[in-house]
Design a protein around this ligand. Structure first.
Ligand code: CA
Length: 250
């Protein structure tokens, strides 16, 4: 029997919760229901979910806040926000809070199933790209994570893209425009503020647990990746042979 995907349904309206429960169960998903934000946070902390359906209007904590807290707890499962018509003030706010997708009620169940399927699909951004090493850092594209001094750190999509850019330019001062172009893929696609927020999240993960920061601020210019040996290498599948892709700095 194949492993079923586990979905957490956070919804306080019982009618909608029941509809979702039966629809998703019929589609062969294992469904766990939470009626409040607090219950959702507790369940998500104690159980692995492949995807979370999250109502925005909950009786205790707002869905938006639940979403933020889930991300703060490093829960990386896709989160699809369910929102009542007219209660959606800012789509950008949803994505800033870490949502993957959203749907407005009343929603079409077929469409919801399609979006769930899309959300569960593995991220195709970095198919079979080999890991890259700079000093004590090893970037794992296939796992979308970075390893520092043996500690594996999971990164969110933008954090990964930023880290990748830093590691492609070790020891160089990189400006926010270049970082934005790399991570958002368009010129002027992200505000300075947004980049700084993502860099902060990245630093919380990559630098905070360690005595020495690797990402440093260069006031007035941007940021710089500082490591003991600023050489970028691609590691082959066996992890043995290296191919230099940047020169050693003096
Ligand atoms: Ca509700």
């Amino acid at each position: 029997m194949k492993d079923r995907h586990h979905i957490l349904v956070v919804e306080d309206e019982l009618g909608i919760a029941l509809t979702l429960y039966s629809t998703l169960s019929r589609a062969d998903y294992k469904v766990v229901h939470a009626k409040t934000g607090r219950t959702a946070l507790r369940k998500a902390a104690n159980h692995y979910f492949d995807l979370i359906l999250l109502d925005l209007g909950l009786p205790d904590i707002s869905g938006l806040e639940v979403c933020r807290r889930l991300r703060a707890e490093s829960i990386t499962a896709p989160i699809i926000i369910l929102t009542g018509d007219g209660t959606l003030r800012s789509k950008l706010g949803l994505f800033d809070a870490g949502a993957t997708d959203y749907m407005t009620k009343p929603f079409n169940l077929e469409e919801l199933l399609a979006r769930i399927k899309a959300g569960l699909r593995p991220q195709p951004d970095y198919p079979n790209q080999p890991p890259m090493q700079v000093g004590e850092l090893i970037l794992h594209p296939a796992r979308r994570s970075v390893e520092r001094a043996g500690m594996l750190i999971e990164l969110r999509k933008k954090e990964f893209a930023l880290m990748e850019y830093f590691m492609q330019h070790p020891g160089e001062v990189v400006d926010r425009t270049s970082l934005a172009e790399h991570a958002w893929g368009s010129k002027g696609g992200a505000w300075t503020n947004t980049i700084d927020v993502h860099i902060k999240h990245l630093r919380d993960k990559v630098d905070r647990p360690f005595a020495q920061p690797v990402i440093t601020t260069v006031h007035g210019y941007g940021y710089k990746l500082v490591t003991s040996r600023p050489v970028a290498k691609r590691i082959n599948q066996e992890g043995r042979r290296y191919e230099g892709i940047a020169q050693d700095s003096p």
